[in-house]
Design a protein around this ligand. Structure first.
Ligand code: PAF
Length: 360
């Protein structure tokens, strides 16, 4: 019944939206170690006229890996990137490894450092374990809406954080995709007071900031690989998890969940990083075009996720999950409870305080 409802909702949404909605009815693909062809489009298919190849006929094949589906979330950005490259820089051929076929986010990020993956798309939560400053964007209740996130990403202040990815993690940051604001999804109850958080066994990403946020809220944060999320909820390994409306639907987690509460506690995004040797191997004009296409795809992807989030909230409600907003009073209690996360983060990384204040 739930599945049938989901299908009906998604067919209706597909009429109103394009790329982002196609994932609402699809399970993540089975692992397929071959690069995804779904996002690619020939000149005939895309209707774009590609510039003539370089006189020397040189092309550059670049592998790009992420853990989301081809037509949702990061997949929307990568599909757009392929389209833009076909039009503006056809010397770059992307080889896409999506759906986590190359491992979880940390594996892929480390592969990017080692050079086994040319370009990785990795949650800020994971990246901040290697370079702490981008983690400022993951501080709980740091942003009130998508506009403030957008302003922060484009700000001069954040440049120091993106640069730290090169100094501390050895990778060059090229752009930022979005996941959106995160909710708490539970099988115990809706989260309407701090009491509902007490002792709640909640899956969080492998990230210090997420762990300290849920500790501060009185919950029992449990890092578990995202790929195990569906069975962890189904079998009661955890009571709850926290994630974005799009990821809840993208991974069919509404099928194994009873309550979703719009806590909007953390905004998370993903950094697109390139291995420095791969970057150095591209001629300057190719680098410039690649960077421009990445940035354009990122602006597109971030706008798309906002629309997709609204649609996925509707899908979750229609599928029978009890959906709750957070009252102003409860929101204020949550904000107060997490102030210790800021204190601890600033004590550990003093330069994060100046940066966070510049963004607020
Ligand atoms: O919750 C996480 O671990 C990350 O946000 C996710 C869902 C793996 C990003 O794709």
């Amino acid at each position: 019944m739930k599945n049938q409802m989901k299908k009906i909702v998604c067919v209706a949404l597909a009429a109103a939206m394009t790329l982002s909605m196609t994932a609402c009815g699809s399970k993540p693909k089975e692992a397929d170690p071959a690069p995804s062809q779904e996002a690619s489009g020939t000149e005939e298919e895309t209707g774009t006229e590609a510039p003539a190849p370089a006189a020397d006929g040189e092309t550059y094949t670049i592998s790009i890996a992420h853990n989301q589906t081809p037509d949702t979330g990061y997949g929307v950005g990568v599909a757009k990137l392929k389209e833009l490259l076909a039009e503006k820089e056809p010397r770059i051929q992307l080889e896409v490894f999506d759906n986590g076929v190359l491992g979880n986010e940390r594996d892929v990020f480390e592969g990017n450092q080692l050079g086994t993956v040319d370009v990785a798309i990795t949650s800020i939560g994971v990246v901040s374990n290697f370079a702490p400053l981008p983690g400022v964007m993951n501080l709980p209740f740091m942003f009130k809406d998508f506009e403030s996130v957008e302003a922060a990403i484009e700000s001069d202040a954040m440049k120091a954080a993106w640069d730290q990815i090169e100094t501390d993690a050895g990778l060059i940051a090229l752009g930022v995709y979005s996941q959106g604001f995160r909710h708490v999804v539970s099988n115990k109850s809706a989260i309407t007071s701090l009491d509902d958080m007490k002792g709640l066994k909640v899956r969080v990403p492998e990230s210090d900031l997420y762990i300290s946020t849920f500790n501060a809220l009185g919950a029992s944060p449990t890092p578990i690989a995202w790929g195990e999320m569906y069975t962890s909820m189904q079998t009661g390994v955890v009571d709850a998890f926290e994630n974005t409306p799009v990821n809840v639907i993208q991974y069919n987690l509404n099928e194994v969940s009873k309550y979703e509460t719009a806590t909007n506690h953390i905004w998370d995004g993903a950094i697109i990083t390139i291995n420095p040797d791969v970057w150095a191997g591209l001629p300057e004009d190719v680098q410039k075009n690649f960077l421009e296409c990445i940035k354009e795809s990122a602006v597109y992807q971030r706008a798309d996720i906002n629309t997709a989030a609204e649609a996925c909230i509707q899908t979750v409600k229609d599928s029978g999950v009890e959906y709750a907003e957070v009252s102003d009073e409860f929101h204020n209690q949550l904000v107060e409870a997490v102030s210790v996360v800021y204190d601890d983060f600033y004590a550990k990384y003093p330069e994060a305080k100046t940066l966070a204040e510049a963004l607020q």
